[in-house]
Write a protein of this length. Structure first.
Length: 224
């Protein structure tokens, strides 16, 4: 079974190095495809880790990300894991993903997430969506998609007109056998690394609270 991680990168080389270390720490052989938009700077940063690289304009973002999934098709992927280049999943979560893949799920997602801010050194836990219209929907990071479902989408999960709302763009198209994982209930971890140049500033939003940063340090010591 060939598993491919797809992501896009723009700036933040230090955070990307943390992401790359997270890939290496998963303990599972995966292919990694990265779309970058800064020429030789992003190309060399990505290829130094042995990852596939696609140069693509940063806008529209949907086209940039679809470039990675189209390449995932070209290399014969059975499953694709969608991550931001500031997202890291723990080895234990990866093993749970593989278990779900072996059980034939077409879509696997996580309901909650952890966060770490490199500027303030604070950590937080987000318990998931709880608005009536979004309750039970997976977060955008960490979505796992089967070849079968990708084939239905022509290996383009995102629509260009939804470039500012990539999570929602994919959500309405999900079908097949689905599985949602709750990290806190299962004792698993995935972290989104925030920094001063993030698209979304580090702050508490609905259903989020600060946690002891040692929890994150114990799971991902190399990001400190």
């Amino acid at each position: 079974m060939k598993i491919t991680v797809v992501t896009g990168v723009w700036g933040r080389p230090k955070v990307f190095e943390m992401f790359a270390q997270g890939i290496k720490n998963m303990g599972v052989e995966v292919k990694v495809i990265v779309a970058g938009s800064e020429g030789n700077a992003s190309r060399s940063m990505v290829q130094n880790h042995g990852f596939y690289y696609r140069e693509f304009p940063n806008q529209p973002l949907a086209s940039k990300m679809n470039a990675t999934t189209l390449m995932a098709h070209d290399i014969g992927s059975d499953y694709v894991i969608c991550l931001g280049s500031d997202d890291i999943i723990s080895p234990e979560l990866m093993q749970e993903y593989i278990k779900c893949m072996q059980e034939g799920y077409d879509f696997i997602g996580v309901e909650d997430f952890y966060f770490f801010d490199t500027v303030t050194k604070q950590a937080a836990y987000w318990g998931g969506y709880r608005e009536p219209h979004r309750k039970g929907i997976s977060c955008g990071a960490g979505r796992v998609i089967s070849k079968r479902l990708m084939d239905k989408w022509a290996w383009q999960p995102w629509k260009n007109e939804h470039s500012k709302y990539l999570d929602n763009s994919m959500q309405g198209r999900i079908s097949g056998k689905q599985k949602l994982l709750n990290l806190k209930e299962l004792g698993l971890f995935a972290v989104d690394i925030k920094s001063s140049t993030n698209m979304t500033p580090f702050a508490l939003w609905d259903n989020t609270h600060y946690i002891d940063v040692q929890i994150i340090k114990d799971q991902f010591p190399y990001i400190f």
